[in-house]
Structures are given as structure tokens and as C-alpha cells.
Design a protein. Structure first.
Length: 160
């Protein structure tokens, strides 16, 4: 089973994000420096051979839409194409209190425990997993990875 089987095409996801944005393609095209709505639609269509989304276009669109609900979907889809996940790093101030570090450590332990509990319960049956079981286990594992990544960022801040 490959990651590609479950991944939506990056262009499809990006086009969906743009169309879901208030004002849709016209608004995003205008925010991208007054580009034509038609050109943007063509760049985001996998059926068009005359216009292609550049890496800079992809970056600009994602910067514009990152704060929207599910604004990281295109980045998630791109990472999924390569067998990974997109995980934004937390924004931490230079003067983070030590209590927050302890909380991050405990959260990491808690999330890993929850992930192991879910994975253990679905694997104990020995039978094939349902899609719902897989989705739940994947969600818990990704939450554990995010908690561990936050802890790593906090550790990096403490390096001399």
C-alpha cells in the first residue's frame, strides 16, 4: 500500500484551498500581485498544459492561506507525497518559563502513551484494520510526533 494511494494530488488540494477562500480564485489572484483569475485557475488545473504552478506560486499561495482553516492542507499533501507529514513548529519566545518546558515534557509523554494505547488495541486483534481504526491510530501517532517536536524545539532553545 503506497502513500500515493491515500494522498490527494497537491494541485487538487491547492485548488480546493483557493476556491474555499473567501472571494475564491479572484481574491487570491488579486492578493498574488494582481494576477489574472483565469491564469491562476489554469495553473491549478492538472488538465491544462499551457500554464504550470511554479514553486514560488505554491509558496505564495500557502503563505496567504496558512491562517485559514485547514490552511496547511497543500503542504500536508506535498509532504505526504514523500512519505512525510507537515508539522509547523511552535512559535516560542526567548523567555519561555521553565514550567512550560515541564508541561511540554509531560504532554509528550501523555501523547505517546495515548498513541501506544490505541496502536496496541488495534494490533492485538490480529485481524486487518478498518480504515477508521487506521485513521484513529494515525491521528494519535501524529499528535505524539507533534508533542515530541515541540519538546525538541524547547531543547534546542536551551543549547549554548
Amino acid at each position: 500500500m503506497t502513500a500515493r494511494r491515500f494522498a490527494m494530488e497537491v494541485l487538487d488540494v491547492t485548488a480546493d484551498m483557493v476556491s474555499s477562500f473567501r472571494g475564491g480564485f479572484a481574491a487570491v489572484a488579486a492578493m498574488l500581485g494582481g494576477r489574472s483569475e483565469k491564469v491562476l485557475r489554469n495553473k491549478l488545473s492538472k488538465y491544462n498544459d499551457t500554464h504550470h504552478l511554479t514553486l514560488q506560486d505554491f509558496i505564495d499561495i500557502n503563505r496567504l492561506l496558512v491562517d485559514e482553516p485547514f490552511g496547511d492542507r497543500a503542504l500536508q499533501a506535498l509532504c505526504f507525497e514523500f512519505g512525510g507529514v507537515f508539522m509547523p513548529l511552535p512559535t516560542l519566545s526567548a523567555g519561555v518559563m521553565q514550567a512550560d518546558d515541564v508541561t511540554a515534557l509531560l504532554r509528550s509523554v501523555k501523547e505517546h502513551g495515548e498513541a501506544m494505547a490505541v496502536c496496541g488495541s488495534v494490533l492485538m486483534g490480529g485481524a486487518r484494520l478498518s480504515e477508521a481504526q487506521y485513521q484513529e491510530a494515525e491521528r494519535e501517532c501524529l499528535e505524539a510526533l507533534a508533542a515530541l517536536r515541540e519538546l525538541m524545539v524547547r531543547l534546542r532553545e536551551r543549547c549554548a
